[in-house]
Design a protein around this ligand. Structure first.
Ligand code: COA
Length: 260
C-alpha cells in the first residue's frame, strides 16, 4: 500500500505489517521544511488509522530513513525567519515516540540537529559507517528543541550531552555507537538488510507485549521542561547572533558572533 506525498515516501507492507517513511528531500539533505514536517505527522497518522481500521494492531513496526546522502540535516535553515513564534515545530520530532508501535531509524549519512532529535525519538537506531551525528544548532545561535537535549541526556548522560550541545561537534557512527546514540553500525551495503531482519523479528512478536514494553521503557523518561525550552529558543531567535548565523548560511560565508 502506498500514499502519495510531496516530500516523503510512505508505504505499508501488509504481508509483513511493516510501514516505512522515507524523508525525500535529498537536494537539501532531507532538511525539515514546513511541508515535510506536516507530511511526517500525516504519515504517522496514516499508520494510526490503519491500526484503528484493524481495531487493534495492523502496523507491527515502522522504519524511518532518508533518501540520498543523509538521514536528515535538521531543520530547514532557509525557512528560518526572525522573530517568528514557535508554533509546535517540535511536534514532528515527537511523531515517532507518539506512535504506539515500534519505530526503527535506518540512518545512512548526516543525522544532525532536528534530524538527530527526530532519530532520538525513534525506539531503536541502526546506522551505516559513513553516518555523522551532531547538534549544530549552537552555531545558529539557538539551542536544540523538540525534547532533543533531554533525550540525548537520557541516552549519553549529562556531561556528554552538554559537550555535544555546546560544541556542535560531529561524531562518527562508531563514536555514536559507543555513546549509545545508535544501537549498531553496519556497512552501507548491509544496513537495509539488518534493519529488515530486525523489524521482521519485532513484527513476529506479540504486538501488545511489544507496545507495552516500549511504553514502560518510555515511562522512565522524565518529562522535558517544554515551556522552558520553548521560551529559551524563542528568546535566542531574537538575538543578533541568530540573525547573523542564518544570514551567513544563506550567503555561504563565515559568521561573526558578538554575543548580542
Ligand atoms: N537546511 C536547508 N538546507 C540545507 C540544510 C539545512 N539544514 N543542510 C544542508 N542543506 C542544503 C545545502 O544548503 C546544500 O544546498 P545547495 O546544494 O542548494 O547549496 C545541500 O543541502 C547540500 O549541502 P552541502 O552543505 O553542500 O553538503 P556538505 O556535505 O558540504 O555539508 C552539512 C553537509 C550537513 C555539514 C551542511 O550542509 C550543514 O552544515 N548544514 C546545516 C546543518 C544545520 O545547521 N542543521 C541544523 C538546523 S537546526
Amino acid at each position: 500500500m502506498r500514499q502519495e506525498f510531496e516530500t516523503i515516501q510512505w508505504s505499508f507492507d501488509e504481508s509483513r505489517g511493516v510501514g516505512r517513511i522515507v524523508l525525500d528531500r535529498p537536494d537539501s539533505l532531507n532538511a525539515l521544511s514546513g511541508t515535510i514536517r506536516r507530511e511526517i505527522i500525516e504519515g504517522f497518522a496514516e499508520f494510526e488509522r490503519l491500526d484503528e481500521a484493524a481495531d487493534g494492531v495492523a502496523v507491527r513496526a515502522v522504519v524511518v530513513s532518508g533518501a540520498g546522502d543523509a538521514f536528515c540535516a535538521g531543520a530547514d535553515v532557509t525557512e528560518f525567519a526572525e522573530g517568528t513564534e514557535l508554533t509546535h515545530p517540535e511536534l514532528v520530532y515527537e511523531a515517532p515516540s507518539e506512535f504506539a508501535g515500534p519505530v526503527v531509524a535506518e540512518i545512512d549519512g548526516y543525522c544532525l540537529g532536528g534530524g538527530l532529535v527526530f532519530a532520538l525519538h525513534c525506539d531503536i537506531r541502526l546506522a551505516s559507517e559513513r553516518s555523522e551525528f551532531g547538534l549544530p544548532e549552537v552555531d545558529l545561535g539557538i539551542p536544540a528543541i523538540g525534547g532533543g537535549l533531554g533525550a540525548l541526556r537520557a541516552t549519553v548522560g549529562p556531561g556528554r550531552a552538554k559537550r555535544l550541545a555546546v560544541t556542535g561537534e560531529r561524531v562518527d557512527a562508531e563514536q555514536a555507537a559507543t555513546d549509545g546514540i545508535v544501537d549498531e553500525v553496519y556497512s552501507r551495503e548491509t544496513l537495509s538488510a539488518a534493519v529488515d531482519e530486525l523489524v521482521d523479528t519485532i513484527a513476529s512478536k506479540p504486538p501488545l507485549a511489544v507496545r507495552s514494553s516500549l511504553d514502560i521503557v518510555d515511562a522512565y523518561r522524565s518529562a522535558p521542561p517544554e515551556q522552558f525550552e520553548r521560551r529559551e529558543s524563542q528568546r535566542l531567535r531574537e538575538s543578533e547572533d541568530y540573525r547573523e548565523a542564518v544570514a551567513a548560511f544563506r550567503e555561504d560565508r563565515e559568521p561573526e558572533f558578538t554575543g548580542q
